[in-house]
Design a protein around this ligand. Structure first.
Ligand code: ADP
Ligand code: MG
Ligand code: MG
Length: 211
């Protein structure tokens, strides 16, 4: 079954719950290799999106929800992550266009557009210890699942699982982008907070799709 407006709204609500529940953990991760505000930034941003969901006009599409997330995150999150996630959701919105229901291929396309947006904005490569290290394996897993004929929920689940593994795999890496790169070798041994928040957001989307 395709993913519709109900799914998109549920993804945002579950994302807001995830950011609230993991606020302290994301702050802890960002204290290790950054300035300690990532949990605060993400929680603030997603609570702000959540508060706007009730104002969505009738007939809104998943793309409209993704665009609302983008504009709200850009104006409320700040730091490095705000513009990066804002671009991700904006490109994802563009990729799905006005579709009312997303199949597996559309989900794979949405995720690829989001990742490409992050890369074009932040110029990070795979292995630089950023959120790209969660998104790129997610995009690859989604593409593989979609071409094997998986449905939208299965594609999202494959992406979330790959993102979680990608976030864990940032631990030994030395950061080459963002604030953590100022630490050089000392950034190794800590999970990247943006990769972790990305994995949480993708899991929220997969859980919304599974229900
Ligand atoms: P700030 O570093 O400005 O305090 P946040 O703490 O909210 O911003 O976000 C930090 C996260 O942003 C990092 O953990 C990393 O995943 C991500 N990040 C930083 N710079 C880049 C970049 N150039 N490309 C991709 N992701 C990046
Ligand atoms: Mg920070
Ligand atoms: Mg900051």
């Amino acid at each position: 079954m395709g993913l519709d407006i109900t799914w998109a709204v549920d993804w945002v609500r579950r994302s807001a719950d995830q950011m609230a529940e993991n606020r302290v953990e994301l702050i802890r991760l960002d204290r290790e290799i950054g300035d300690g505000d990532h949990g605060e930034n993400m929680d603030r941003g997603f609570q702000a999106v959540g508060a706007k969901l009730d104002d969505l006009p009738a007939g809104s599409t998943p793309g409209d929800v993704l665009k609302l997330v983008a504009t709200t995150l850009i104006s409320t999150v700040g730091g490095a992550a705000g513009p990066l996630y804002g671009t991700a959701y904006l490109k994802a919105s563009g990729a799905v266009g006005g579709a009312t229901s997303l199949d597996g291929a559309a989900v794979a396309g949405l995720l690829a557009a989001a990742r490409d947006g992050i890369v074009s904005r932040g110029k990070a490569e795979l292995g630089d210890k950023t959120m790209v290290d969660a998104w790129t394996p997610a995009v690859e897993a989604a593409a593989a699942a979609a071409s094997a004929g998986a449905d939208a929920a299965e594609v999202f689940a494959a992406a979330a699982t790959a993102a979680e593994a990608g976030a864990v795999a940032t631990e030994p890496l030395v950061a080459r982008k963002g604030r953590a790169s100022y630490l050089g070798e000392r950034s190794a041994g800590h999970r990247d907070p943006g990769a972790e928040s990305s994995a949480l957001l993708l899991r929220a989307g997969a859980d919304a799709a599974a229900d």
